[in-house]
Design a protein around this ligand. Structure first.
Ligand SMILES: [Zn+2]
Ligand SMILES: [Zn+2]
Length: 69
């Protein structure tokens, strides 16, 4: 995940300051609009991911949490 340090406005609500970038499409997200997911690998390594709601539901971007139609 990529933390936002400089002042950016959230791309989803266009209202709050962004705190993080979406791991899928790279848009800035505030703390209300981000969705966390944990990707775990076989070796026990867990990689925290953060997505906008669109990428979170996208099976191609988030195979662990995305929904199949
Ligand atoms: Zn927002
Ligand atoms: Zn996204």
């Amino acid at each position: 995940m990529i933390i936002v340090n400089d002042k950016k406005i959230c791309e989803v609500c266009k209202k709050n300051n962004a705190v993080i970038l979406c791991d899928g499409c790279g848009i800035p997200l505030c703390k209300d609009c981000r969705s966390f997911d944990l990707w775990s690998y076989g070796c026990g390594h867990i990689d925290p991911k953060v997505f906008c709601s669109k990428c979170f539901d996208d099976i191609d971007i988030n195979p662990w949490g995305g929904k199949r139609d």
